[in-house]
Design a protein around this ligand. Structure first.
Ligand code: AMP
Length: 130
């Protein structure tokens, strides 16, 4: 059965899309640690990041850097943090999280956004992508 992220990538489940290229797809996390929290996902469904082949791993990191720079420009924050967890969704994803303090990196505190706020921040990030 395809993962929830494969369903998003295929357009079977809606998302607040940020960008895609041939190999990777980025969208807002639906339960964000902070406004602008974004997930970067390889289109090829692999569970664990260490199981990606080196080329896929490097492409994911390069894609994530490009998205992270746009987030840094679009969202007021101290920096954009990156983490890989994967305990909830078994399809590799890089969390890009605008950090204001350590609590944004803990996955304990969540931000409640309505759909208009999600769309506004997604558009702002998209506008900074070159
Ligand atoms: P983890 O697998 O522990 O790295 O966490 C999975 C992340 O995916 C969580 O932060 C969820 O909020 C996020 N997530 C789960 N389902 C969706 C969805 N349909 N759209 C966007 N983000 C999601």
């Amino acid at each position: 059965m395809p993962s929830i992220f494969t369903k998003i990538i295929n357009g079977d489940i809606p998302c607040y899309k940020i960008a895609e290229d041939a190999d990777n797809f980025a969208f807002l996390d639906i339960n964000p640690n902070a406004k602008g929290h974004t997930l970067c996902v390889p289109k090829k469904e692999v569970d664990k990041i260490m199981d990606l082949d080196e080329e896929a791993y490097m492409k994911l990191m390069s894609f994530s850097r490009r998205i992270g720079k746009a987030i840094e420009a679009a969202v007021a924050c101290k920096r954009v943090g990156m983490s890989v967890i994967g305990l909830e969704v078994p399809h590799v994803h890089v969390h890009l999280i605008p950090l204001h303090s350590m609590k944004d990196a803990t996955f304990q505190h969540k931000e409640n956004l309505n759909s208009e706020e999600f769309e506004t921040i997604a558009e702002k990030i998209r506008n900074y992508l070159k």
